[in-house]
Design a protein around this ligand. Structure first.
Ligand code: PAF
Length: 276
């Protein structure tokens, strides 16, 4: 496996390759990321992963400075699952001058995650666009845990006519149901034991809808109460349409329940897709 820190070096290693699958990451890799790499492997002859903690998508009060940087361990993991090339630029390589052009996401970018993390999706869309322009992949793989991110990237690719096939990969979970996340490492032992309640609550919402509950606002409220009773702080629990993350009508069949919640100081997101 090769590692490139510079854009010119990366392009030289990519040469004229025509079958490239790309997985962007911020490092601190876990089994969920490795699953994305294996999915990428099935879709192209050459797999590129990037490791870059993108300041642009962090608000000033968020964990940019403390976000775990585990480069050597990450590279070992990437090599073990057959990644061909890692792009690991320094900040000055991707942002050699203050960024003043941005990819501005649509209204969806201000909802759900966007309501609680203003500017987040602008930062994500801008860096993903830069990375796509640098790597020029045929296929890009994103995890469904970041459901809204995946939808925004798909929209960007479609509307800006990028010739990239965006693949959404299933959420990797621990045996107790907790969605794997780089931020799970922030949980204390007690919080880690409590954390699976999030997935259980989303499954409960799903089961209520499947057994005929139509009042989604009431249901979301009950789910919020269940978590609050166990010391969770809630940003949102929302049932939305899978197709566009807007409020469902009674006739809508393919739904997703999404949540962003905090246990102590750790913010977790998760979602469950289902069809009625
Ligand atoms: O999902 C992530 O890890 C990041 O948002 C991404 C896509 C690598 C952009 O920085």
């Amino acid at each position: 496996m090769d590692i490139a820190a510079g854009i010119d070096e990366l392009r030289a290693r990519l040469g004229r390759k025509r079958s490239i699958a790309f997985v962007p990451t911020m490092g601190n890799l876990h089994e969920g990321h490795l699953q994305l790499m294996r999915t990428a492997r099935r879709h192209a002859r050459f797999v590129v992963a990037s490791i870059f903690v993108n300041r642009l998508q962090f608000a000033p009060h968020e964990d940019f400075d403390t976000y775990p940087r585990t480069f050597e361990a990450d590279c070992e993991k990437l090599a073990s699952c057959g990644v061909d090339l890692v792009f690991a630029p320094e900040e000055r390589e991707l942002y050699p001058e203050p960024q003043s052009f941005f990819v501005e996401p649509p209204e969806l970018g201000a909802q759900l995650e966007g309501e609680f993390r203003p500017g987040f999706f602008r930062g994500v869309a801008t860096v993903v666009m830069k990375l796509f322009n640098i790597v020029r992949p045929n296929v890009a793989v994103f995890g469904k845990k970041d459901y809204q991110q995946l939808m925004i990237v798909r929209g960007m690719v479609r509307q800006l006519n990028l010739a990239i096939d965006v693949i959404g990969d299933e959420i990797a979970r621990a045996p107790d149901g907790l969605a794997l996340s780089s931020r799970n490492g922030y949980l204390s032992a007690q919080e880690r034991a409590e954390a699976p309640r999030l997935h259980q609550t989303l499954l409960w919402v799903k089961s209520q809808i499947l057994t005929g509950m139509h009042d989604l606002a009431l249901l979301e409220g009950r789910a919020i109460e269940k978590l609050k009773q166990n010391q969770w702080q809630i940003d949102y629990i929302a049932v939305r349409k899978q197709s566009d993350l807007q409020l469902p009508r009674l006739s809508d069949r393919d739904l997703v329940v999404l949540a962003a919640v905090k246990l102590g100081t750790t913010r977790l997101i998760d979602n469950v897709e289902f069809s009625v």
